[in-house]
Design a protein around this ligand. Structure first.
Ligand code: PEP
Length: 259
């Protein structure tokens, strides 16, 4: 079986205007594209700009090895859903990945598991890679409920997904207390949660699919701590917020030591 490729994904959140986005992509391409063949052996790189920047970023990425992702989408293909964007719209710009159930969507916009599940199913229907985010809050962490919360979000997020659809789903474990706070979960804490997530996938989908599925970590990943995280066997990459907004820091993260 092929070893899993690490996925290093940048989530730009609600930052940058087109001129800044183009400059960031130019900086990243200068750093990353020249090593593309070497990097591609064991990792993939993705950026997820805000929806309105996707056309500009798609253009700036033409011919690049860097993949294009979205931060969210609606589960219907079209219709009366003011303010929303659909999978066919994203795909028409070359978007291949979509972050779903990010903690900011869950906690600020109150997205429930059932809605996130519909979006995951829609992404799969359109042959996009859903990056399903799961993670416990500080209170849930402190009360010893982290694993229960993560596994509940995982099971509900994956509801109705058939065996044949299992990879390419990517799961991103992002403890809410670590996002944008400068506090990172230790590689050991992350490994233990990832092991449990893989255990659920093993039970539901079998050994082959469990060992093919990528489980990445997010929460204050930066150039200094990335090596200790992604060199662990069960941490298949990183979802990076703040540190993905500067070409030099994200390029350094992309070059992380993976073993
Ligand atoms: C994120 O946006 O998913 C994230 C992990 O942010 P940060 O790296 O800034 O903590």
């Amino acid at each position: 079986m092929e070893p899993r490729k690490k996925l290093i994904a940048g989530n730009w959140k609600m930052h940058l205007v087109p001129v800044e986005a183009r400059a960031l992509i130019a900086g990243l391409r200068a750093e990353i594209d020249r090593d593309a063949a070497t990097l591609a052996k064991d990792r993939e790189v993705m950026v997820a700009p805000p929806g309105v920047l996707i056309p500009a970023v798609a253009q700036a990425l033409a011919g690049s090895s860097i993949l294009l992702g979205a931060q969210n989408m609606h589960y219907e293909d079209k219709g009366a859903f003011t303010g929303e964007v659909s999978a066919p719209m994203l795909k028409s710009y070359g978007v291949t990945h979509v972050i779903l159930g990010h903690s900011e969507r869950r906690h600020i916009f109150h997205e429930p598991d059932e809605l996130i599940n519909k979006k995951v199913l829609a992404a799969l229907r359109h042959r996009m890679v859903p990056i399903l985010c799961v993670g416990e809050t500080q209170d849930e962490h402190d009360s010893g409920n982290a694993l229960a919360v993560v596994l509940r979000q995982l099971e509900r997020g994956l509801e109705g997904i058939g065996e044949d659809q299992m990879p390419p789903v990517v799961v991103a474990y992002e403890p809410v207390w670590a996002i944008g706070t400068g506090r990172t979960a230790t590689p050991e804490q992350v490994e233990s949660i990832h092991g449990a997530i893989r255990g659920v996938i093993l039970e539901r989908y079998g050994r082959e699919r469990a060992s093919a599925m990528r489980i990445i970590y997010g929460g204050s990943v930066n150039a200094e701590n990335v090596d200790s995280l992604v060199s662990k066997p069960d941490i298949d990459g990183a979802l990076v917020g703040g540190a993905s907004l500067k070409a030099d820091s994200f390029a350094r993260i992309v070059r992380a030591r993976t073993r």
